[in-house]
Write a protein that binds this ligand. Structure first.
Ligand code: SF4
Ligand code: SF4
Length: 175
């Protein structure tokens, strides 16, 4: 009888202690800094070194032309076959950026296939494609992005290239 009463007593004590412990944890979180973001109004700020989806780098200050010379190295190295490039004809002078360089007529990236591996950026000899900080690509109707959608603003491209150079050894090309 005595042991039974003691057992019940301690059981009740531990239950109450566990209850207070739970309440204390809840209360302590009320005064901590909130981490919940009100998405989509608030966006997550990516950490330095974060690698988002690939985008194209402009060749001029206004950000209208492409640095890409259609060598197709990125297309060849892409492990998920996400890149498709068609170069402009070499005799079409209106599309020449530099002597002997050809800008792309078609430059598509299939966002659903891209695995954000960064190999296209590594393979590019002229830093014409770079991994952006972009991580939100959900859209209703556009899995394939065309060159017009991929071209970055010049200042942002410059920022991304400078960031990339911090983490890799590359030949510097002024932009
Ligand atoms: S990041 Fe990787 S998967 Fe995506 S386009 Fe570049 S090479 Fe292809
Ligand atoms: S993005 Fe770079 S690697 Fe890809 S086709 Fe253009 S120049 Fe070549």
């Amino acid at each position: 009888m005595f042991f039974s009463l003691m057992k019940k007593f301690f059981y009740n004590i531990f239950t109450v202690l566990a209850l207070f412990k739970g309440l204390f944890i809840t209360l302590s979180h009320m005064f901590k800094k909130k981490v919940t973001l009100q998405y989509p109004e608030e966006k997550w700020k990516t950490p330095s070194g974060y690698r988002g989806f690939p985008r194209l780098v402009p060749s001029d200050k206004e950000g209208r032309t492409y640095r890409c010379v259609s060598c197709k190295l990125c297309e060849a190295i892409c492990p998920s076959d996400a890149i498709y490039i068609e170069p402009n004809e070499p005799d079409d002078k209106s599309h020449f950026l530099l002597d002997l360089n050809r800008s792309p007529k078609v430059f598509d990236i299939h966002m659903g296939r891209c695995i954000v591996c960064g190999l296209c950026e590594e393979a590019c000899p002229v830093e014409a494609i770079t991994m952006s900080e972009e991580h939100i690509i959900s859209q209703y109707d556009q899995h394939v992005r065309h060159k017009e959608d991929l071209l970055l603003p010049q200042e942002y491209a410059k920022h991304l290239l400078e960031k990339k150079r911090k983490f890799t050894f590359t030949t510097k090309i002024s932009i």
